[in-house]
Design a protein around this ligand. Sequence first.
Ligand code: ATP
Ligand code: SF4
Ligand code: MG
Length: 382
Amino acid sequence: MADTTKAGEPTDATPNVSDVRVAEVKSEEQAVAALDEHVDRGEPILQVRNLVKHFPLTQGILIKRQIGAVKAVDGISFDLYQGETLGIVGESGCGKSTVAKLLMNLERATAGEIFYKGQDITKLSGRALKAVRRNIQMIFQDPYTSLNPRMTVGDIIGEPFDIHPEVAPKGDRRRRVKELLDVVGLNPEYINRYPHQFSGGQRQRIGIARGLALNPEVIICDEPVSALDVSVQAQVINLMERLQDEFNLSYIFIAHDLSIVRHISDRVGVMYLGRMAEIGTDEQIYDHPTHPYTQALLSAVPVPDPDAREHRDRIILTGDVPSPANPPSGCRFRTRCWKAQDKCAEETPLLAIPERFKSSDSPAAHESACHFAEEKDVVHAA
Ligand SMILES: Nc1ncnc2c1ncn2[C@@H]1O[C@H](COP(=O)(O)OP(=O)(O)OP(=O)(O)O)[C@@H](O)[C@H]1O
Ligand code: SF4
Ligand SMILES: [Mg+2]
């Protein structure tokens, strides 16, 4: 909700309710206008700063008492630039989907900021929030459950127009939906069919068409191809790449499969237990990782070449991932890290370019949250 009073302002005249509403509407209009005006090429389209999401853990049936919190996302910062794909990888439960939901405003952040074109969307409400939501859309993991089986494809793809009729007025919707079907490589004549009449890959194309309906600038893709056969995955990835070029889309691409993430991403962020362990270009992360967790993840990627497989340095991590309700002090990875020292328990490593690489132009000079960041040769799938 937009603030209508400022600390320190005289409060002798209590504003009446309609005054407050007018002020709210005004500041929302200003916010919407600011979104349209902010065209600053080269600036990130999204800037995430110290983003936190804690889910409260409660006890008791009648009287609920908070006894702790699941620290699903615990202080994450990154940028997304216009037209780029930022891949996000990490083990199950590390907080990837929670980041996606926070960016979509499906979850409210506990703390931190998400700037979209310079404006903090975590503080928006009403029309200003609706305007932002239109520009940030999502493609979901499971094309089987994310499409309503009782709705026709035309109704599914056209559903976003009910909330944003300004994008496609009623008389124009059918034409627009047919156009979207064509854009994602489906026959526009299928407009009256139901989801069960399509294959998994075709259903994901329907999900993509729905994501494109409002002409968004950013698409958050949470495991968009994980539920598909390998042969179909490539087709959907190719489609996403084509659409990105055609519409200058920016993607956040969340996935488990490191090879797919490398294929599609310009930059990659590696998450561990609610924090970002390392972030850099695909070459920096895959060929010159400096964080032990990234090195361990890459060393586990299946290698098709038997020779390379024999010579690679496989890192086997011991121990389970700690609970996000009670993460280790200092570096969160220290309970599984083969390089851990006392300092790792005492001081939280910041995500920054390690001092020793700062003045070099080596690909190792990228952000890594490790006190003892260094390169290690890890043979992995290209
Ligand atoms: N609504 C919720 N209430 C409580 N805890 C939650 C909620 N949503 C997520 N969590 C917890 O937050 C942590 C991060 O979950 P999240 O779904 O973001 O992980 P993920 O990285 O997407 O995992 P996966 O790869 O399995 O999809 C997990 O420990 C999860 O149990
Ligand atoms: S800070 Fe310490 S525990 Fe953490 S990754 Fe680096 S060496 Fe390992
Ligand atoms: Mg997830």
